[in-house]
Design a binder for this molecule. Structure first.
Ligand code: ADP
Ligand code: MG
Length: 353
């Protein structure tokens, strides 16, 4: 059993109509791992974290932390006894306390000198040594988030919950702060659950990504497995660009407009389905090969420096390819293309639209 183990969790907010924020959520977070819960705004991520932390009472299901039931029939352990650290969206540092005061906030049981030593140790850990006397408004957004992480870790919680902790940061800061936070969590072997609507963040940081939609977990898998073998078209689109094509499977091969390709089953199917299928091709699988008989014309180009998304038309379909920015074709050019690697197939025709 995981350090966090949630089963059959349900939460409905009253109202007309009532909001079913969580519907039978099952989720396990292994000791020392980082799980990202990835879903669009409003799908129930914050509600899930608040239930685990004890700020919200679920209507159904059980929550265990380190094997101990903290929420379930007849049990509702108060938040302060759950040993959960929280990093909220906007840091939410106490503005009237300096950095050291913020980090020491959860250390009330410790004597003054041990608390001071622990604060120094944590500021060192998050890369902010010597900044204890600063006020929160004298720090950058990224530094504030690192202080919020130090504050959450200070009382040595058994798990840390992070609620969209990088959402308020500039894009340029976000990627460095998130890799720093991930490395602090890993070096301290902290069990962590991060909720986010940002697929890059989830794929980059997490050991396991749980995709959430409308209050349920749709798929839970390591990042590469989720990206390569999504359970449905919506999940495939949610974690990246994808070319969706109708096809027909025979003998483990799928015939579609891009050729006869090796088919693999999605994570939701035990075996490769037969007959009519939906093939999912990632844009980086479409390679330029001017020797290929399959010709396509370039209809658009979105240039990103290191690479570009190239819009191609082949027969009656248009699709995207991701090509290196080193040597790009121009709109109007005709190129040869082929698909590299196996493609995921889902049973049935592509969904409309
Ligand atoms: P997320 O964090 O994924 O954006 P939330 O957990 O905040 O999602 O919200 C899930 C759903 O529950 C939303 O439809 C939201 O409007 C609703 N909701 C959240 N908190 C409350 C509340 N206190 N009272 C009523 N509805 C709420
Ligand atoms: Mg939220």
């Amino acid at each position: 059993m995981g350090a966090i183990s949630v089963s059959g969790l349900g939460k409905t907010y009253p109202g007309s109509p009532p909001v079913h924020a969580l519907r039978a959520i099952d989720l396990d977070v292994a000791e020392g791992s980082l799980v990202a819960v990835l879903g669009p705004s409003g799908c129930g991520k914050t509600t899930l974290l608040r239930c685990i932390a004890g700020f919200e009472r679920p209507d159904a299901g059980t929550i265990r932390l380190s094997g101990q039931v903290v929420s379930g029939p007849g049990v509702d352990t108060p938040p302060e006894r759950r040993r959960v650290g929280i990093v909220p969206q906007e840091g939410a540092l106490f503005p009237h306390l300096d950095v050291a005061g913020n980090v020491a906030f959860g250390l009330r049981g410790l004597g003054r000198s041990s608390a001071a030593a622990r604060v120094d140790e944590l500021l060192e850990l998050v890369g902010l040594p010597g900044l204890g006397r600063r006020r929160p408004d004298q720090l950058s957004g990224g530094q504030q988030q690192r202080v919020a992480l130090a504050r959450a870790l200070a009382p040595k919680p058994s798990v840390v919950l992070l609620d969209e902790p990088f959402a308020a940061l500039d894009a340029s800061l976000r990627s460095s702060v998130r890799s720093e936070v991930a490395s602090v969590l890993r070096s301290t072997r902290t069990t962590a659950m991060l909720v986010t609507h940002d697929q890059d963040e989830a794929l980059e940081m997490a050991d396991e990504v749980a995709v959430m939609r409308d209050g349920t977990i749709i798929q839970s898998a390591p990042p590469a497995e989720l990206y390569r073998r999504p359970v449905d078209v919506a999940t495939a689109r949610f974690v990246g660009d994808v070319v969706v094509l109708p096809g027909e499977v025979r003998d483990g091969l799928v015939e579609c407009s891009l050729g006869t390709l090796v088919a693999v089953a999605s994570a939701g199917c035990g075996a490769v389905p037969v007959g009519r299928v939906t093939a999912l091709v990632r844009p980086e699988q479409i390679v330029r090969d001017d020797a290929s008989v399959r010709r396509a014309s370039v209809v658009s180009l979105a240039y990103h420096g290191h690479d570009a998304l190239v819009g191609l038309r082949h027969e009656s379909s248009t699709f995207l390819a991701r090509w290196s920015g080193v040597d790009l074709p121009r709109p109007g050019d005709e190129v040869g293309v082929r698909v590299s690697g196996p493609v995921v197939v889902l049973p049935g025709d592509p969904p409309a639209g």
